[in-house]
Design a protein around this ligand. Sequence first.
Ligand SMILES: Cc1ncc(COP(=O)(O)O)c(C=O)c1O
Length: 390
Amino acid sequence: MKNNTLVNHPPAVTVASDNRALVAPIYQSVKFSFDDTAETLRYLHGERDGFFYSRSSNPTLTQLQLLLAQLQGRDGCLLTGSGVATIAASLLSLCRQGDHILAFVESYGPTRYIVQHLMTKFGVTHTLMSIVDLEGIARVLRDVPTRLVVFESPTNPVTKIADIEHLSTHARRAGALTVLDNTFAGFHNHGAYDIDVYLHSLTKYASGHGDVMGGAIIARAELIAQMRKDIVSMGPTLDPHAAFLIQRGMRTYFLRYERQCANALAVSDFLNNHPRVKHVHYPGLDGHPQHLLARRQMSDFGAVVTFELDGGFDEGARFADALQLFSISASLGSAESLVMPPQLLAGNEYTAEQRAISLIARGTVRLSIGLEDAEDLVSDLGQALDRGFT
Ligand SMILES: Cc1ncc(COP(=O)(O)O)c(C=O)c1O
C-alpha cells in the first residue's frame, strides 16, 4: 500500500470487549460499513441493528437520546442541531395542509414565527392566545378542530406558568397532540403529564457551558418513529462532537440546575425588595400569580428571573452596562449569568393587544442566573441598579 493510499486507510485499532473506555468515545464518523452487501441490506430492511449514515443515526447520538428520553420519562428521542430546529421540524412533520395549531402569545419568539409565518405558507392555520386564558383554551379546543397545541412553561421571558393538566385534558378530549417546549423547566420536570412531544434546546441547561448548540425531540417511540422519516429527510441532525459535549454537560445537569435555581431565588428575593424594581416575574416567589400552580407542577422554579425596572430603556441600558458579573447576551442556562436589557427584549412583532398580554414593557429585563456565588450576584445587581438611576 502506497502512502497516499495508506492515509485514506489508516491502521485499525481494535479494543477488546473486556477493555472498556469509561467515557464513551466520540463516533466522529459520517459513515459506517458492514462486512458485505447482504448485511448492509439486512440493516437497511430493518432486519438487524447497526449504523450506516450519521444523518439518520450514530452511536454517540444514540447514547444521548437514550439518556434524555429516560430522564423525560419517554422511550423515543431525536436530536437536532439547535433548539429551534426541534420546533420547526416537529411542526412540519406533525401537520398537514388545512390543520390548525393552538399557540400562545407569551411563547418564545421563533416559535411564534414558525407558527405564524412558516406553517402558514403550507396552509396550516393557527389561533394565538394567552397561556393563562383557560376558558379560551377550552373553547378553542372544543370549537375548532385542532391538530397541535404548542406551548411552553415557564414562558420565555416573563415566566408565566401553563396549566398543563387543563391543556392536556382538553387537547386529549379534542384529539389534538400536545407539544411542550420544556427547555426552561428541564428534563426532570413535567414528565408525569399526558404530553405527546417534549422539545428541549440542549444549548441551555443540558450543555450548560455555552459552548455547543443542540435540540431534542422526546416522545413515545411510535411517534418518534413516525416523525423520524420526515425529519431525517429534512436533515437537521446533531454533530457527534456536539452530542459528546452535551453528554458531558449532562453529568453535572442536576448539580447545576439545583444551584442555579437556589441563586435565582436569592436574586428574586433581593429584587422583590428593591425600591427601583416595580415587579419581579419568578414562579418561586409567593407573589407570582401562579406560584401554587408552579409548586404543584414543578420540583423547582427554574433559573430565569425577569423583572420590571421602575424606569424605561435609558435606565435599563445604564443598569445592564453597569453590571460586572452579568454579560449582555442572548440565551440562558449556562454557568455564567446573563442579562437582556429592555431594548433587546422588545420584539416589535406584537400587536398592541398581544403586547399587553406578553407583559413585556419598556422596563422589562431578563436575567439568566448562573453558578456564581449568590451574594456576589446580589451585590452586582445592587450596584448596577444604583448606577442605572443616577
Ligand atoms: C424556550 C426556548 N426554546 C427554544 C429555544 C431555541 O434554542 P436554540 O437557541 O438552541 O435554537 C430557546 C432559546 O433561547 C428558548 O428559550
